[in-house]
Design a protein around this ligand. Structure first.
Ligand code: NAG
Ligand code: NAG
Ligand code: NAG
Ligand code: NAG
Ligand code: NAG
Ligand code: NAG
Ligand code: NAG
Ligand code: NAG
Ligand code: NAG
Ligand code: NAG
Ligand code: NAG
Ligand code: NAG
Length: 744
């Protein structure tokens, strides 16, 4: 009896199975699916069922035809098989975040004319877009059914003719960012696809003008086309697309004024036009954009004063006007309405007046950069209202009262970065008597008080900055010797004391910096709310974290005497060492060659004796080297490295011989070592007018000379360090200045 029931049950199950099999996978579709590199996924895809409609990531219609392949982030690799193009009922294909590679087959989409959603983003796919969207040898463009098309972050290339969108009536979202597309952005886009809401063309090689007609996209919310080579003015009708919430076109060659009509786009939250050639004034009624959160207009040629209505943009969270030509008395603005303001950068403009007191009411502020303007006044105790303040850069203004500034700021608990260089001219370094009961600056990572002609000695309160990683006191008039406690700062890996009046011997203790000795020295990565810029080899480098900065010690141009201690070899993490223009004597210690990471070594203009140690030939990373103007003698050791430097690296040593010296020893040439400074693009000694003259020059002569001299784009390119995966930004702008006679 029991058996009978069991059999009955089995039979029912069997029947059920047959019924279910009614929906079972179409055999042709199953064959097509099996061409898919499904066995490459980890963990493996569950494709064990005999019914392919029950396979993981696959869905079918009632007829067992495959309608969806939804397999994002499955570690799939291999190529997209042409057989998948046989799945004619496919409506959804999502293969994003896998490792598919190779070209998508020619004509792949020609039969997929029900496809609504195509997401191939974040793979390594390539190929010419017009071939894959072709049929019988001619380009067809996107199928009428398509609604969402995301091909972003691949290696696709080719040109998108306007005909591409001819049939794409239903398009809502198009993301082709981060590929290698060329040619113009397709025109008549909004005529063919009037319902489009998101367009992302950024990070490609698009050129030409942004097409007219975008105003016809009455549903358009997001328009991104940054990091291309787009030029000329913004088409005016774009201001008709009143649903726009984001216009993001950074790092192109766009020019002309920012139209007053932009204020009609009252839904805008993001206006990102940085790194272009925009000129003229800000729209007077910019305050109409009351939803604006991000106004990023840095690196343009904007002029005039800030419209007072800007303070009506009460939702502003990030305001960046860095490196423009704005002017006017900044203290007349009342910033106190900007409650959400978290990041403010108006550095490198021509603002005057005193530090705006109203800023102290913007309680959300995390980062402030006002450097390189003409601001006056003192830092007031009210700054302590800014409880979240982490980044403060006020360098190269005309501030006074450094003692007051330090006494106040040391109570700012979250401050990580203080750049005050180029202020407080001829004041006295705040001494220990002035900074009494010191227990502040608990989180300070970077301090820059350079370029101020400060007098006095290195104050002992610096020794309390246990988190300090980088200290720049160069170009002051600091006297006295190098104190022992300096090298006890556990995290310090960048120190610039160059161009002071420091005397005494080069202390052995100096070679004990924990962060420079140990490869495992703690260097945590705090997030910088604003990037910092450093000139190196004539290029302007942008750093988004302190830990990417190169370890260095510069004490050039002081009155140090005595030998270079042999302990110097312990500073194995050092990348840059500058000891030029001192009175150092004795031999160059062999141990210098133990600094295997060294890229810059400048020992010029001392009184060093003896031969150049042969061991220096093993310093393979050395790219900038000078021992000029010493009393060295003998042959220059031969190696591919040491002979690759110019003769000027060895000049001024009458008894030094051999290549690259012509044979004898010739006249004096100044140090080759780059000045490398913290904070904001400290183009030392480079007068502001020179910047404007140069920029004017490059705009004016762009067509003829510009392209030869430099790629006048603020384009930023990412480079990866070999030894770590951290990125640094490299702005080619810096290259433009290499031809000029600027002291770097
Ligand atoms: C996946 O299957 C193909 C064809 O059956 C085979 O050639 C390949 O080696 C398999 N790859 C892995 C990773 O199992
Ligand atoms: C694999 O898929 C089948 C059919 O969809 C299902 O019955 C089975 O539980 C799955 N196996 C695992 C390990 O998820
Ligand atoms: C499926 O696609 C392949 C490659 O495109 C083609 O050669 C084949 O004839 C197609 N098969 C069917 C059943 O349509
Ligand atoms: C594809 O899948 C990923 C991961 O689930 C998802 O984030 C993405 O939105 C999907 N693509 C589309 C167009 O829906
Ligand atoms: C491609 O050409 C063949 C023969 O010329 C024709 O039968 C077929 O319908 C064409 N396919 C498309 C999608 O136009
Ligand atoms: C387009 O895709 C990229 C990733 O490839 C993503 O960062 C970006 O936010 C997307 N754009 C839009 C408008 O969604
Ligand atoms: C660009 O695409 C590559 C490869 O898919 C990816 O690693 C990178 O993060 C993407 N970059 C951006 C800015 O989305
Ligand atoms: C913008 O819209 C207005 C009113 O809707 C219309 O009159 C005008 O022609 C449009 N301008 C452009 C350039 O499309
Ligand atoms: C913007 O608004 C003003 C005033 O309402 C109007 O005169 C102007 O034509 C509008 N501009 C566009 C492009 O719609
Ligand atoms: C800011 O907005 C207020 C109220 O909406 C208005 O009265 C004032 O005129 C605006 N200020 C400016 C400078 O536009
Ligand atoms: C900066 O402003 C001053 C006067 O306030 C003016 O003399 C100078 O030319 C301006 N500099 C630039 C580069 O605009
Ligand atoms: C410097 O600042 C401190 C602190 O704000 C203040 O007490 C002192 O009076 C100021 N000194 C001068 C000369 O203004």
């Amino acid at each position: 009896m029991r058996d009978l029931v069991a059999h009955h049950l089995l039979f029912t199950l069997f029947l059920f199975g047959i019924l279910a099999a009614n929906h079972a996978c179409d055999q042709n579709d199953q064959v097509s699916l099996l061409s898919f590199p499904f066995n490459t996924s980890s963990p493996p895809l569950n494709w064990s069922s005999i019914d392919c409609c029950r396979w993981e990531g696959i869905s079918c219609d009632q007829n067992g035809k495959v309608t969806r392949i939804w397999l994002p982030s499955r570690h799939l690799k291999g190529s997209v098989s042409p057989f998948l193009g046989n799945l004619t009922r496919l409506t959804h294909l999502n293969l994003s975040h896998n490792s598919f590679s190779g070209a998508v087959p020619t004509g792949f989409f020609s039969s997929l004319n029900q496809l609504k959603i195509l997401d191939l983003s974040y793979n390594y796919l390539g190929g010419d877009i017009s071939l894959m969207f072709s049929s019988n040898g001619s380009s067809t463009g996107w199928p009428t059914s398509i609604q969402i098309l995301d091909m972003s972050s691949n290696n696709f290339n080719g040109m998108m003719q306007s005909s591409f969108l001819l049939r794409a009536w239903n398009l809502i979202k198009l993301n082709v960012s981060n590929n290698s597309f060329t040619g113009p952005i397709p025109s008549s886009l909004c005529i063919n696809s009037p319902f489009v809401r998101l367009l992302d063309f950024s990070h490609n090689h698009y050129s030409g003008q942004i097409p007219n007609g975008l105003g016809g996209c009455s549903e358009l919310e997001v328009l991104r086309a940054g990091f291309n080579s787009l030029s000329r003015v913004l088409p005016h009708d774009i201001h008709n697309a009143t649903r726009l919430e984001e216009i993001s076109l950074p790092s192109n060659y766009l020019s002309g004024p920012i139209s007053n009509d932009v204020v009609n786009l009252t839904k805008l939250t993001n206006l990102e036009l940085y790194g272009n050639n925009f000129s003229g004034k800000l729209p007077v009624n910019i305050g109409n954009l009351s939803k604006l959160k991000y106004l990023l207009l840095h690196m343009n040629f904007l002029t005039g004063s800030l419209p007072p209505s800007l303070m009506n943009c009460t939702n502003l969270s990030k305001l960046n006007l860095w490196f423009n030509f704005f002017e006017g008395n900044i203290s007349t603005y009342n910033f106190s309405s900007l409650h959400q303001l978290s990041i403010l950068d108006i550095g490198r403009n021509n603002f005057t007046g005193s530090l705006p007191v109203s800023l102290y009411s913007c309680k959300s502020l995390r980062a402030i950069r006002l450097s390189r303007n003409q601001l006056e006044g003192q830092i007031l105790p009210e700054v302590l209202q800014l409880k979240f303040l982490s980044f403060l850069s006020l360098g190269h203004n005309r501030l006074t009262n450094i003692t007051g500034a330090i006494q106040i700021l040391l109570h700012c608990k979250n401050l990580n970065i203080i750049f005050l260089e180029g202020n407080f001219l001829h004041e006295k370094m705040p001494g220990d008597d002035l900074v009494v009961g010191f227990d502040g600056f608990k989180n300070l990572r970077a301090l820059n008080l350079a370029d101020s002609q400060l007098t006095g000695q290195l104050p002992i309160w610096l020794s309390k900055l246990r988190n300090l990683e980088t200290l720049d006191l160069s170009f002051n008039r600091i006297t006295g010797s190098i104190p022992d406690w300096l090298s006890t700062l556990p995290r310090l890996f960048r120190l610039d004391l160059s161009n002071n009046l420091i005397s005494g011997e080069f202390p052995k203790e100096f070679c004990l910096f924990p962060a420079l000795i140990s490869p495992k020295a703690p260097r945590d990565d705090i997030y910088l709310y604003l990037p910092i810029f450093i000139i190196k080899n004539g290029a302007l480098l942008q750093y988004n974290s302190l830990s990417n900065l190169q370890p260095k010690i510069y004490i050039s141009n002081n009155n140090l005497s005595g030998n270079i201690p042999i302990e110097i070899g312990r500073l194995k993490q050092l990348h840059m060492l500058g000891l030029s223009h001192n009175n150092l004597s004795g031999n160059i210690p062999n141990q210098i060659s133990e600094l295997t990471n060294l890229e810059i070594l400048d020992l010029s203009r001392n009184q060093l004796l003896g031969e150049i140690p042969a061991s220096l030939t093993s310093m393979h990373f050395l790219s900038n080297f000078s021992v000029a103007n010493n009393n060295l003698q003998g042959p220059i050791p031969s190696s591919t490295q040491l002979q690759s430097f110019e003769a000027s690296a060895y000049e001024g040593n009458p008894r030094l011989c051999g290549p690259p010296l012509p044979n004898g020893c010739v006249d004096i040439v100044s140090s080759k070592v780059d000045k490398d400074i913290q904070d904001d693009e400290n183009w030392l000694g480079m007068p502001w007018f020179l910047v404007s003259v140069v920029l004017g020059f490059f705009t004016g002569f762009w067509g003829v000379l510009g392209s030869l001299l430099c790629n006048y784009n603020w384009r930023v390119a990412y480079f990866q360090f070999l030894d770590n995966v951290k990125k640094r930004l490299y702005v080619t702008l810096g290259m433009c200045f290499t031809g000029l006679h600027i002291r770097l």
